[in-house]
Design a protein around this ligand. Structure first.
Ligand code: ATP
Ligand code: ZN
Ligand code: MG
Length: 539
C-alpha cells in the first residue's frame, strides 16, 4: 500500500534479533575462521544490498559458537556487543561447537529477520565446504521498536509476547519459530499495525461518501414506521430467533413483486442466468474472499457435531427428556465450528470457478442467486424489517474483462434507475462509497482503484428523516478472480462485480414513503403486485 509506506518513510524503526542456527557437525578452527570472514562479508555487503544512502541496513553485531550445553542454557546472559568489530572478537573455538548464535540489528531496510534468512542461505555454502549442514533456527529474542504516538492503543497482537508503549515508542517482543520467520510474520505484524493506525486516522469512519445522483423530491404519503403498521396488520410477526420475521402473505407478495421487477427489468434484458449458491460458508471461502479479516462480530457461526454416534449424544438427549432444558454449554464442547451462514452472497459462488481457466468467448458472465437467507448478527442495531439478522437478498454477479465489468455496472445502474423512477417512484440517491483503505490508496494515486468501488443506493425514510442503504452495485476489480485463482484463456485480466438487492430494504423504503394502503401506490407497481391476499383472521 503506497501511502502506508510513505508514513513508514518518515519514522524511526529498529529491529534486534537473537537467533541460534543449529548445525549438523562440529565447527573446527578452519570452519570458524571461514565463519568470521563470512560474517565480515555479511556486514560489509550481503546485509547492505538494496539499502539506500540514508539507511543502515542490517548488521550482525555479535556472534558466538555454542555447544550442546550452552545451547540448552537459553537464559544465559551475554555481553551486548555494540558494533561489528566487537562481533568478530566475540567468538572462539570451543569443544563440541555445533551451533552459531547471532545478534542482528537493523533499521527498516533489510529487516533483521530478512537479514537472518539471507545469512542462512549464504552460510549453507560456506559451511558446506567443511561438510557441515544447517539444522534449523531457534529464534531466541526479537525486539522491534518504532515511533508510535497516541494514534491507536494496541493491547495485544498475535506472536507478540510483550508490548509496551512509552515516550512515543512502541516496543514489541516477538515469539517466533523458524517457520514464522520464513512466512515473514514480522512484516505482517507491522503491516497490521500500520493498517490499524491508518484506520484510526480515518476517525473510525468506514468509508468515504460521495453523492453521484439524487432523485427529485417525491410526495410523502406516510410518516410512520411501516414496520409498526405491518405488525399491527399482522403482515409480519417476530420469528423465534432474534432479528427474524415471519413474513405473512401480503408482504411476501410484495417481495415477490420486487423480484419479478428485478427479473423483468434487470436480469432478462442484461442476460442473467439463475444459479443456486450455498448458504453454509466455510472458513476456506472467507479466507479467500477476505471476509476472514473482519467478519467475526457479525457472523452467524455454524457448527457440526464432533461425531454423529448417538451414544456420544445420549446423555444430552436424556438430560432434555428429564428436565425439558437443552444443555447448550455441554453441547458447545461436542461441536466444531466450520464457518458461518451466508453473510454476503457471492463468496461461496467462487468455489464454482476456483482454479479454472475461462474461455474468453463466454464473457461477460452474468448470474444471480435468490436461493436463501443471509444472516448477520446486527446486535442492538436491529430495527423493523430494515435491519434484521435474517434477510432475503437477490445477488447479481457479473464477470468479464475490466472493460466489460465497468460497462456492465453502468448498464445495471441505468436499469435500477428506471425501476426506482418509473415503477416504484421513490425518493432515492446514489453515492460512491470508498472503503477507507481504498480511499487511502486512491490518494496515493493508484489509478485502477478509481474504477474499483461500490455505489450505494439510499432512500429517505420519512418517519425518521434518515437515509437507508437499500442496495448496492460493486466493481470488485480482480479481487475475487485473484482470490480464487480464476484465469482467462487469453491471459487478460479477469474482473468481477456484484450487486445485492435486499428485499427487506426495498420494502422498508417503499412502504416508508408510500404507506401500506395500495391505493396510494404508483399504478405501475399496483399492476405488478396485484391484490394483496388476506388469509388469516384472528379473533
Ligand atoms: P449497512 O451499512 O446498512 O449495515 P452494509 O454496508 O452492511 O449495510 P452490505 O454489506 O453492502 O450492507 O450488504 C449489501 C446489501 O445487503 C445491503 O444493501 C442491504 O440491501 C442488504 N443488507 C445488509 N445487511 C442487512 C440487514 N442487516 N438487514 C437487511 N438487509 C441487509
Ligand atoms: Zn457480492
Ligand atoms: Mg452492515
Amino acid at each position: 500500500m503506497g501511502a502506508m509506506n510513505a508514513v513508514e518513510d518518515v519514522e524511526h524503526i529498529n529491529f534486534r534479533l537473537v537467533a541460534v542456527l543449529k548445525l549438523s557437525g562440529e565447527l573446527g578452527e578452519d570452519a570458524l575462521n571461514a565463519l568470521r570472514d563470512f560474517v565480515r562479508a555479511c556486514n560489509q555487503t550481503l546485509l547492505k544490498k538494496g539499502v539506500p544512502e540514508s539507511g543502515r541496513g542490517a548488521e550482525i553485531v555479535r556472534f558466538r559458537v555454542l555447544n550442546e550445553a550452552e545451547r540448552a542454557d537459553e537464559a544465559e546472559n551475554v555481553d551486548e556487543a555494540e558494533n561489528a568489530d566487537e562481533a568478530e572478537k566475540a567468538s572462539d573455538v570451543i569443544p563440541g561447537a555445533n551451533a552459531i548464535e547471532v545478534e542482528i540489528h537493523s533499521d527498516r531496510y533489510v529487516r533483521a529477520h530478512d537479514a537472518l534468512l539471507r545469512f542462512r542461505r549464504n552460510l549453507a555454502g560456506v559451511l558446506g565446504r567443511y561438510r557441515i549442514g544447517l539444522r534449523g533456527i531457534d529464534v531466541r529474542t526479537y525486539e522491534i521498536e518504532m515511533d508510535w504516538r497516541d494514534e491507536v492503543r494496541v493491547k495485544s497482537l498475535p506472536f507478540v509476547k510483550n508490548l509496551s508503549l512509552s515516550d512515543g515508542k512502541l516496543r514489541l517482543s516477538l515469539e517466533l519459530s523458524e517457520r514464522e520467520i520464513e512466512r515473514r510474520i514480522p512484516d505482517r505484524i507491522l503491516r497490521l499495525l500500520y493498517e490499524k493506525r491508518e484506520m484510526a486516522r480515518w476517525g473510525g469512519k468506514k468509508e468515504h461518501w460521495e453523492l453521484l445522483f439524487e432523485s427529485e423530491r417525491k410526495e410523502i404519503l406516510f410518516d410512520r414506521d411501516p414496520a409498526e403498521e405491518m405488525i399491527r396488520r399482522c403482515w409480519i410477526v417476530h420469528g423465534a430467533s432474534r432479528g427474524q420475521w415471519i413474513y405473512g402473505p401480503q408482504i411476501t407478495r410484495i417481495f415477490r413483486a420486487f423480484e419479478r421487477i428485478l427479473m423483468e427489468h434487470v436480469c432478462k434484458p442484461l442476460g442473467y442466468h439463475e444459479m443456486i449458491f450455498p448458504k453454509v460458508v466455510t472458513w476456506d471461502v472467507w479466507k479467500h474472499s477476505g471476509h476472514a479479516r473482519a467478519i467475526y462480530p457479525e457472523a452467524y457461526y455454524v457448527c457440526v457435531p464432533k461425531t454423529r454416534d448417538p451414544e456420544y449424544w445420549e446423555d444430552i438427549a436424556d438430560y432434555f427428556k428429564i428436565t425439558g432444558e437443552v444443555p447448550t454449554d455441554r453441547i458447545m464442547e461436542r461441536i466444531e465450528n466450520i464457518g458461518g451462514l451466508c453473510y454476503a452472497q457471492c463468496p461461496p459462488f467462487w468455489i464454482f470457478l476456483r482454479g479454472k481457466t475461462i474461455d474468453d468467448d463466454c464473457l461477460p458472465i452474468c448470474v444471480f442467486d435468490r436461493s436463501g437467507t443471509s444472516h448477520r448478527y446486527e446486535s442492538g442495531g436491529i430495527h423493523g424489517i430494515e435491519r434484521v439478522d435474517e434477510f432475503h437478498r437477490v445477488e447479481l454477479v457479473f464477470i468479464g474483462t475490466k472493460e466489460q465489468v465497468i460497462s456492465h455496472a453502468a448498464a445495471l445502474r441505468e436499469r435500477y434507475r428506471f425501476i426506482f423512477e418509473k415503477i416504484l417512484d421513490i425518493e432515492w440517491r446514489e453515492a460512491k462509497v470508498t472503503p477507507w483503505f481504498m480511499a487511502q490508496e486512491g490518494r496515493a494515486g493508484v489509478a485502477s482503484d478509481r474504477e474499483v468501488g461500490t455505489v450505494d443506493y439510499e432512500a429517505l425514510l420519512p418517519y425518521s428523516g434518515k437515509w437507508l442503504e437499500f442496495q448496492n452495485v460493486s466493481v470488485n476489480g480482480d479481487k475475487y478472480p485473484r482470490g480464487f485463482s480464476v484465469k482467462l484463456r487469453s491471459g487478460r485480466e479477469l474482473w468481477s462485480g456484484c450487486s445485492g438487492v435486499g428485499l427487506e430494504r426495498w420494502a422498508a423504503v417503499f412502504l416508508a414513503q408510500k404507506g401500506l394502503d395500495t391505493e396510494n401506490w404508483p399504478q405501475s407497481f399496483r399492476e405488478i403486485v396485484g391484490e394483496l391476499p388476506e388469509v388469516f383472521k384472528f379473533v
